[in-house]
Design a protein around this ligand. Structure first.
Ligand SMILES: *[C@@H]1O[C@H](CO)[C@@H](O)[C@H](O)[C@H]1NC(C)=O
Ligand SMILES: *[C@@H]1O[C@H](CO)[C@@H](O)[C@H](O)[C@H]1NC(C)=O
Ligand SMILES: *[C@@H]1O[C@H](CO)[C@@H](O)[C@H](O)[C@H]1NC(C)=O
Ligand SMILES: *[C@@H]1O[C@H](CO)[C@@H](O)[C@H](O)[C@H]1NC(C)=O
Ligand SMILES: *[C@@H]1O[C@H](CO)[C@@H](O)[C@H](O)[C@H]1NC(C)=O
Ligand SMILES: *[C@@H]1O[C@H](CO)[C@@H](O)[C@H](O)[C@H]1NC(C)=O
Ligand SMILES: *[C@@H]1O[C@H](CO)[C@@H](O)[C@H](O)[C@H]1NC(C)=O
Length: 398
């Protein structure tokens, strides 16, 4: 090799080595994009995201400690490489719901592969003002307020350590995602805040929620149609309305719900514990199968274990025809603690398609110092272990 060529190849080699060494993580700090504490960071964050998302090597958008204001934003992919958004500050939504222009979510992450949302920061939906405008309990076609987060059509995503606070409506909506994990995630809102569901999942596969505290005014976790392979592990819920599958059956074209595993959870002073709810008298005919609830502690929970196939809040339906949703392969195992009502176990299944393959193992719930009772309709569960006393306490169905 002649000397000149050798020098060029050496230089090229060095260039390659050094570029791969610095390519570890491109950092896109929003302070370099003009963001200042107490200011509005919408534009800075939008620009930092665009640059990070266009990076062909892994990148990280950084929001350092401090308080910031943010209008509606969509973090949209696909991006060229894995991307992280690290938030250590507190980000506040506009208080006035009208400033969110009717957007379903304040913050959207969509069409991204390998996204991580991390940091010790808080997303504050500042919902108190909006909650007073929520009339959904009375008005079926009420105007929907904005949720804090929409995670839509994401693959291989991790959300960790951050806090979602005082959302105007649901805190988190997960839609069309494949492999998304929430870990050490926190959700905080008052018990009295209306429709502030914690994490709602729909049309998604492989969703994990672990080591998470949820205190809010509605369901802590709820599964909509098309949820598959969902795992909830070591979650504390309360105040709130519990961990729910459904409500299902209200809309045509719903997809089945499969494989839900809930374990090592605490439900503390919640309205419900673990629940499956379907509407009666609707056209939907999907199946719900593989629902497993294990090692759960109930503290003063009004309905610790409940299947309700006559779910019809605010008399929004008639009960003339039974639900057509078939529920099967359901197990409740080692569920202990205190019930807030005499009916610790309520399984009201559909007279049209009775529940099948339901197991109650080691259910040990007390109400006011005595064993809680069970109410069963259109279901013949296998009852075993510490659950046996339930057999002596079956309540009549009205
Ligand atoms: C996510 O995965 C699905 C199914 O493999 C694929 O069709 C889609 O393009 C992926 N989305 C992104 C943003 O990579
Ligand atoms: C229900 O809410 C919608 C949307 O805000 C509104 O247009 C309608 O007038 C409300 N209906 C009643 C009966 O309040
Ligand atoms: C899910 O996504 C995480 C984070 O990107 C990744 O580490 C893991 O391998 C993925 N799991 C599957 C089953 O694809
Ligand atoms: C359960 O989650 C909490 C955080 O919510 C964490 O502090 C605790 O270590 C977790 N427990 C286990 C056994 O992982
Ligand atoms: C249950 O909630 C009460 C407050 O409502 C709290 O004092 C208590 O520590 C919680 N218990 C557990 C085990 O989380
Ligand atoms: C019940 O569900 C579990 C997990 O969801 C599954 O592994 C098992 O095969 C199912 N059993 C039946 C009889 O379908
Ligand atoms: C709880 O038990 C006590 C003592 O057994 C009884 O006096 C009281 O009426 C019970 N309360 C309810 C709500 O059943």
């Amino acid at each position: 090799m002649d000397l000149q060529l050798k020098m060029i190849t050496n230089a090229l080699f060095l260039l390659l080595v050094s570029s791969s060494a610095t390519a570890q993580f491109g950092v896109f700090d929003i302070s370099k994009y003009g963001a200042v504490p107490n200011g509005d960071i919408t534009e800075a964050l939008t620009n930092a995201w665009s640059d990070a998302c266009a990076s062909t090597t892994p990148s990280k958008v950084v929001i350092a400690r401090g308080i910031y204001n943010l209008k509606q934003i969509e973090f949209k992919g696909p991006c060229m490489a894995p991307i992280e958004v690290q938030v250590d500050g507190t980000i506040k939504a506009p208080q006035d719901p009208n400033q969110l222009n009717g957007d379903a979510q304040w913050i959207k992450f969509t069409y991204i592969n390998f996204l991580t949302l991390s940091g010790a920061g808080t997303f504050d939906g500042q919902g108190a003002n909006a909650w007073t405008q929520n009339n959904c309990a009375k008005n079926k076609s009420c105007k929907k307020l904005s949720m804090n987060f929409g995670f839509g059509f994401l693959n291989n995503t991790i959300v960790r350590d951050i806090t979602s606070k005082d959302s105007k409506y649901f805190h988190v909506n997960v839609l069309g995602c494949n492999n998304i994990t929430f870990t050490n995630f926190n959700i905080v809102a008052p018990a009295t805040s209306p429709n502030t569901d914690g994490i709602h999942i729909g049309r998604s596969t492989l969703v994990n929620i672990d080591n998470t505290n949820i205190a809010t005014g509605d369901d802590c976790i709820s599964l909509g149609d098309g949820s598959k392979q969902i795992t909830v592990l070591n979650v504390t819920c309360g105040p709130g309305h519990g961990i729910s599958v459904g409500s299902l059956g209200k809309y045509p074209n719903e997809k089945p719900v499969e494989d839900f595993f809930v374990s090592n959870c605490i439900l503390n002073n919640t309205d419900n514990g673990v629940r499956i709810k379907t509407w009666p008298d609707t056209p939907a005919t999907i199946t719900v199968t593989g629902m497993h609830f294990e090692d759960i502690k109930m503290i003063n929970v009004k309905n610790p274990i409940i299947i309700d196939q006559e779910y019809c809040p605010w008399n929004q339906c008639t009960k003339q025809n039974p639900s057509k949703i078939k529920i099967s392969n359901v197990s409740f195992k080692n569920i202990i603690g205190t019930s807030g009502t005499k009916e610790g176990v309520v399984l009201i299944c559909s007279s049209g398609v009775p529940c099948e393959d339901v197991m109650l193992t080691d259910i040990d719930l007390t109400f006011n110092g005595t064993s809680a009772a069970a109410k069963l309709s259109n279901v013949k569960p296998i009852i075993q272990g510490k659950s046996l006393p339930l057999l002596n306490s079956l309540l009549p169905i009205p």
